[in-house]
Write a protein that binds this ligand. Structure first.
Ligand code: FES
Ligand code: FES
Length: 162
């Protein structure tokens, strides 16, 4: 089946089985490897991307369901010259350990900040249900607060981990 979707602002057309998960279209058809496979069951969040601005788990969404929609992956979140506040904050706080889960966390964090620009710890914990087996969750929460500061135009230095 021919499916057209917009990925990172560019219209793309793929010829795949309509049941193919969006994750595999991104990785295998469009060569966008930032988005990761973890569980395949919509449980871990490694495959999180934005669909029309909402964080979704791309392992569990058939590509046919996103036809004509706008998908953003980590590759499209910012650029090296103009990184997204989440990318800046992640760098400042050296958040990743092995790094495997981090693209999903960053996309989930960016979606949260678009809706709640200054989230509390409780709002972060409620919204970000991704899994990190390297246990970077504390640094992730700190980095989300820092990204909120950057997004608000504040340029204070990195804070201590909370
Ligand atoms: S791979 Fe999609 S939620 Fe785990
Ligand atoms: S940084 Fe290793 S799984 Fe999260």
């Amino acid at each position: 089946m021919i499916v057209t979707l917009t990925v990172n602002g560019v219209e793309r057309t793929v010829d795949v089985d309509e049941t193919t998960p969006l994750l595999w279209v991104l990785r295998d058809e469009l060569d966008l490897k930032a988005t990761k496979f973890g569980c395949g069951l919509a449980a871990c969040g490694a495959c999180t991307v934005h669909l029309d601005g909402q964080a979704i788990r791309s392992c569990s969404v058939p590509v046919v369901a996103v036809a004509d929609a706008s998908v953003v992956t980590l590759e499209g979140l910012g650029t090296p010259d103009a990184p997204h506040p989440v990318q800046q904050a992640w760098t400042e706080h050296v958040v990743p350990q092995c790094g495997y889960c981090q693209p999903g966390f960053m996309m989930a964090a960016a979606a949260l900040l678009a809706e709640v620009p200054q989230p509390t710890d409780e709002e972060i914990d409620r919204a970000i249900t991704n899994v990190c087996r390297c246990a970077t969750h504390v640094r992730i929460r700190t980095a989300i607060h820092r990204a909120a500061e950057i997004g608000a135009g504040e340029s204070t230095g990195a804070e201590d981990d909370r």
